[in-house]
Design a protein. Sequence first.
Length: 120
Amino acid sequence: MKKTTLVIGASMKPNRYSNMAIKRLVTNNQPTVALGLREGEVAGVKIEKEKIVFEDIDTVTLYIGAKNQPEYYEYLVELQPNRVIFNPGTENPELYRILTKNKIDFINACTLVMLSTNQY
């Protein structure tokens, strides 16, 4: 059974990497949910504005910079995902410590590359 991915920083703009990631996740039959600044839809995935406590999130992939991440710290811990992917430009040592303390794995990687090389 495939596990759900949460994209944080989702955008409806086609040139944004979060948008490309949602499309690629859907193409790869990965169940996907998304959070963004504006509600909308990408590839059939509804972008939510509110921090919904989704059930059974396996992976969170971040597309927001470190300065915008603090408001998500408690939310990420509450979700208890198996891993968090820090895409290029989202690295954050403070959040690494919080995730480690809460026994949540994380990696610095590119979701798009991971999907295209079957490492997701």
